[in-house]
Design a protein around this ligand. Structure first.
Ligand SMILES: Nc1ncnc2c1ncn2[C@@H]1O[C@H](COP(=O)(O)OP(=O)(O)OP(=O)(O)O)[C@@H](O)[C@H]1O
Ligand SMILES: [Mg+2]
Length: 229
């Protein structure tokens, strides 16, 4: 059954995450409740070590929660097996990290289309067209065939946003996407995210320590003592 439009983007119920076992066990998330609707642009705040990256990795299905309810687009991801999670991730989720994580020897275009090659198991001509369009959207149509190593930090991060958009995800998880950029490049990336959020209705969850970044989002949540406060 297809999820209806009223289906939330994601729902977390009493979610916990503990790293390690026994005496060294650390509970980072302590019963976190959160519902996000589709299409938002949400700032994720919290002190260093509060669990922002942990939460983003769980939402990205890269890390398993310890207990609680975890549903995205109506699908139960807590009980899903690894193959289902991989498939879900490839179809619905994009990532932008603080360090762009581009493949250095690949060109801008090759980096952007990489997620679709992973999803489809083959590089389709349509993917190259979409990749070129996305690089145009992020203002880098003149850098399509530049290797990643030949791009500036801000340009790399805009390629990373284009790459995150490649599979047309419902949610992009951005972990301090502007953390390594000067203020001008940071603003360009935020302008881009704002534009994409409006035009494609892609939801963004953006972890940040920067109040100026949070102020540009449509809402904010904060992790404190392992919960959303
Ligand atoms: N793989 C792991 N094993 C054990 N502990 C971990 C692991 N990953 C994270 N932690 C711990 O979980 C806590 C939360 O870390 P996390 O990286 O989620 O914080 P954060 O809010 O993203 O911090 P920052 O703002 O500095 O990026 C920290 O105390 C960290 O040491
Ligand atoms: Mg972090």
């Amino acid at each position: 059954m297809m999820p209806s439009d009223e289906t939330p983007l994601l729902e977390l119920q009493d979610l916990t995450k503990t790293f390690g076992t026994g005496e060294t066990a650390t509970q980072v998330l302590k019963g976190l409740n959160l519902t996000l609707q589709k299409g938002g642009m949400i700032a994720l705040l919290g002190a260093s070590g509060s669990g922002k990256s942990t939460l983003l990795n769980i939402l990205g299905t890269l890390l398993r929660p310890t207990s609680g309810g975890f549903t995205m687009l109506g699908q139960n991801l807590f009980t899903a097996n690894d193959a289902t999670l991989t498939d879900f991730r490839n179809r619905h989720i994009g990532f932008v990290f603080q360090l762009h994580n581009l493949l250095p020897d690949f060109t801008a275009l090759e980096n952007v289309i990489f997620p679709s090659a992973v999803r489809d198991g083959v590089e389709r001509p349509a993917a190259r067209r979409r990749g070129a369009e996305l690089l145009d959207i992020v203002g880098l149509s003149d850098r399509i065939n530049f290797r990643a190593t030949k791009l500036s930090g801000g340009q790399k991060q805009r390629v990373a946003v284009a790459r995150a958009l490649m599979n047309n995800p419902d949610l992009i998880l951005a972990d301090e996407p502007t953390g390594n950029l000067d203020s001008k490049s940071a603003q360009q990336v935020m302008d881009l995210i704002t534009r994409v959020n409006k035009s494609e209705n892609t939801a963004f969850l953006i972890s940040t320590h920067d109040e100026d970044i949070a102020a540009q989002c449509t809402s904010r949540i904060e992790i404190r003592d392992g919960r959303i406060s």
